[in-house]
Design a protein. Sequence first.
Length: 445
Amino acid sequence: MLKTFRIGGIHPKEQKVSAANAIQPISIPNEVVIPLGQHIGAPCQPVVRKGDTVKVGTLIGKTVGFVSANIHSSVSGTVLKLDEAIDVSGYKRDAVFIKVEGDEWEESVDRSPLLKKECTLSSKEILDKIAAAGIVGMGGATFPTHIKLTPPPGSKPEMLIINGAECEPWLTSDHRLMMERTEEIVVGITIVMKALGVNKAIIGIENNKKDAIEKLEKCVKAYPGISVETLKVQYPQGGEKQLIAALTGRQVPSGVLPIATGVVVQNVATLLAVYEAVQKNKPLIERVVTVTGKDVKHPCNILSRVGIPISHLIDAAGGIPETTGKIVSGGPMMGKALASIDVPVTKGTSGILLIPTLEAKRKAMKNCIRCAECLNVCPMGLNPTLLMNLTEFEVWDDAEKNGIIDCIECGACSYICPADRPLLDYIRLGKGKVNKIIRGRKTNA
């Protein structure tokens, strides 16, 4: 029997139309815009000025807070200006604008294709390299990796879980990485195991990626302590708490970090970035992005530099179909609709989905029919209808008591609702408000 989490979940139509398409490079435009905040936490402080010359891999933004991640130039050229730019959420953020001139890399970066297996660094040296390279969680959360690999006092990691589920419909970037960068990912796993001081790692992959499962199973035979587990195709299998439950049976209690169960979770793309940072001195300046959609001419998986406009990737996939009604950064379940396609690719950009108008149009909200489907599919065991109502009427104490901050914003409730109620929209709004109240309470304590 295939493993999965115990509570809730749905199975949207998969639509992995780009799964067989190999990762392809993309040309670099004449100008890139690199945001100084591509991670959860404090934005970076710029360390370059207008007129400065940079290379690929040059540090351009340095961390100024505990939870933060360095930013590096993804191109070589001249800094045009430091200014604000619109991000994927539609907000103005500080960014570095760079005119592209050639493709000269920092000499410290090892660009050879040779696999470097052995890592002689200590745990601290590994973490220092990861921090210097600006590695963040590339599955969507963008939490600084060096912080996540430094458990709080009193917490001891017992195992590493690798997220290869890629449960979002349409997205295939992680699938292609597992197929094309297999052993580099596995070496990245061994590096993180060493940093954490654990001797066990489990790679969880959904059953719709049989070729990746087979390839990784063959590869890990040469690496003690690493195993591959096949998971049921069930959304949101890639959620951190759901993946831990599926592979270990352990439940992450409300209000605590997953490390409380003795587990650290990392995405496969993050582990490749760790390998490149530690073994090749390469900062996080590029990532694989799936560009796809029902009417997209050439669905593809593109290796894109950070800072390249999303419009450039869409052009590489054949342009915007006339039928397009909405363009989403990410997948259809947890992605964000874009106000502009001129926003840049960032460390957290996993996919670009072009949705036809007929499917993108939101249906009119109807009265709740008390079917309880939203309760049945919630992977956190919450009552989405209640939380929406509490948010609508601003009953924040009850919203907190009923676990609104435990919502992982997977969207399963909105997807299943026969009354087309925007459950997640309200819950996300209420969650933000309750979190603000909690932070204020801690500050004034």
